[in-house]
Each structure stands twice: as C-alpha cells, then as structure tokens.
Ligand binder design. Structure first.
Ligand code: HEC
Length: 270
C-alpha cells in the first residue's frame, strides 16, 4: 500500500498516470461520454488523438520540470535505468524492444494496403458552369428549360416522347426504369428516372448537360466511369434535348430541382 502511495506521489508515476488518463480521455472519453449524457458523439480520428497527446505531453513535461526538486525526482529512476550497472539486463531489454516497437509501428504506417477506397464514384458529379454545345458557348448556371416558356407543353411532351422512344428506350426502358433491352449489358446500368435519386434531384440544366455530353463528358472525379450513355449533341438538336427532358419529367411526375432552392451544383454525390 505504501509502495503504491509512493508511486502516486512520485513525479514519474504522476506523469505516467497523467499520460494514460489523457489518452483515455481523448479516445474513449470524447467518443462515449457525450453519448452517456444523451448528446451526439463521434469517434476521434487518430491524427487528432496524436495531436492532443503531444500537447498533453508538453504540458506534463512543463509540470514535472518547473520545480527543481520534482524534476530531480522525475529524472532519478530514468537515470538509474540508463546508467546503473545493476539495471543492465533491464536496459538491454529496453534498448532492444524500443527500436523493434518503433520499427514495427513505422512498418504498419508505410505498408502498402490493397483496401478498396471508399466513395469511388460520384453519381452526380458537379457540372461545369458552361459547355460548348455543338460548337457554341452555353452558360449552364441558372439555365432554365426554354421550352417551358415557349409554345404548348403538350406539344413538347409529344416531341420528347417520340425522341425518347427512338433513342433512349433500348437502355432506359419503356417504363423509364433503366430496364431497357440492353440495360443489363452495361455497368454502370442505365439510370432509372423513376428513382427519386436521379432526375428528381437535378436541375434541368444538369440533365441537359448529361444528355448532351453523355458518358464521355463526365469529369474525372466520376472515375472509374465506363458509362455507355451516348453524347446526344451529336444526334439531337438543342430543342430536341429540351423536349425529351420535358418528357422525362412529365412522364415520371417529378419536378425538376429549381435554381432558387440552392440547386447550384445541380445534384450531389452519392
Ligand atoms: C446505350 C445506352 C443508353 C442510351 C441509348 C441512353 N442512355 Fe442515358 N444513360 C445510360 C447509362 C449507362 C447511364 C448511367 C451512367 C451515366 O450517368 O452516365 C445513363 C444516364 C443518363 C442520365 C443521367 C441521370 C442522372 O441521374 O445523372 C440521363 C439524364 C440520361 N441518361 C438520359 C438519356 C436520354 C434522354 C437518352 C435518349 C436521348 C438516353 N439517356 C439514352 C445509357 C444510355
């Protein structure tokens, strides 16, 4: 009992105790204590724990060294371990194990890993602000479907339906669910427009960009892309693309995302 008390009183014992307490606080403490109080908690990244530990270590060293007597007591066992003849065996063990431990830790850090990276593909990458469409500059940001303010909606719908059945059906399917005849042949599969995660999330300008530029127009961040979606600017006019977009929304019943609602990105990654 008195030995234990001596250890707790000893500056080295205190320092070690503080290091352990700090570590437990930074890992388990931060991760679980808020949970016990009914608050939201989150695991702490290892780099943050390391940073906090370094700060704590500096504080502890300042504490043990700012008083002459405490500093002497703190160093005493360390000096004994490193110098005295009677601690030779312990010293030998320490000087062998410490480099081995550090070497092993370093090896773990630099070891090449083959884990699959997470979040490989973003389904809705950020669209460019402007594109060249059939050789012409087109500003995408804030762009609305011009056909909604011109002529009759039913007419555009009919035109769009014709275009859809002539061009999009084999992949996106007659129910617009991505199950066209050729659908299963592709990876990624053609998207289902009835799914709330596709055109329902997008501005019409984003959809225009995707239809016009297709798989080849996807930015690198979308990699690994192997999209079979053709670039329709080579086959359809601007109005035809806007018309097929009207058909997609009318047929599925989705409302396109509006620019006022912070649709600046046109969509978000998944
Ligand atoms: C050869 C098969 C094929 C044809 C034909 C095709 N698509 Fe696609 N489409 C795809 C594939 C595969 C994807 C999913 C990969 C991607 O987003 O590029 C896709 C994705 C899309 C997207 C993106 C939706 C989103 O949520 O990002 C739109 C919009 C689209 N197609 C519209 C059309 C329209 C309109 C037509 C007809 C004019 C058409 N597609 C014809 C294969 C096809």
């Amino acid at each position: 009992m008195s030995r234990l008390r001596g250890l707790i009183r000893h500056p080295l014992g205190q320092a070690i105790g503080l290091v352990i307490t700090a570590y437990l606080l930074f890992t388990i403490g931060i991760a679980y204590l808020p949970g016990l109080l009914g608050l939201r908690s989150a695991p702490v990244p290892r780099s943050v724990v390391l940073q906090y530990m370094l700060t704590a270590l500096v504080g502890i060293l300042i504490y043990v060294s700012h008083d002459e007597e405490r500093w002497r007591q703190f160093k005493e066992p360390i000096t004994a371990l490193l110098v005295l003849p009677k601690t030779r065996v312990l010293r030998g063990a320490l000087l062998t194990l410490a480099p081995l431990l550090i070497g092993w830790l370093t090896f773990q850090q630099v070891r090449p890993r083959v884990d699959t990276p997470i979040g490989l593909r973003s389904i809705h990458p950020a669209p460019p602000g402007r594109i060249t469409f059939q050789g012409r500059q087109l500003e995408l940001t804030g762009l609305e479907n011009p056909l909604r303010h011109r002529g009759a909606l039913e007419e555009h719908y009919e035109t769009g339906r014709g275009i859809y059945y002539q061009n999009c059906l084999p992949c996106h399917g007659d129910l617009l669910d991505g199950n066209g005849h050729f659908g299963h042949g592709f990876s990624p599969t053609p998207l289902s427009f009835t799914d709330p995660g596709t055109i329902a999330q997008l501005t019409e300008s984003f959809v225009f960009w995707r239809v016009a530029k297709g798989g080849p127009g996807l930015p690198r961040e979308g990699a690994p892309w192997n999209s079979a979606m053709p670039a329709w600017e080579d086959f359809l006019t601007e109005d035809e693309i806007w018309a097929v977009i009207i058909f997609l929304y009318e047929q599925t019943g989705w409302q396109p995302r509006r620019w006022e609602e912070g649709g600046g990105e046109g969509g978000e990654g998944h």
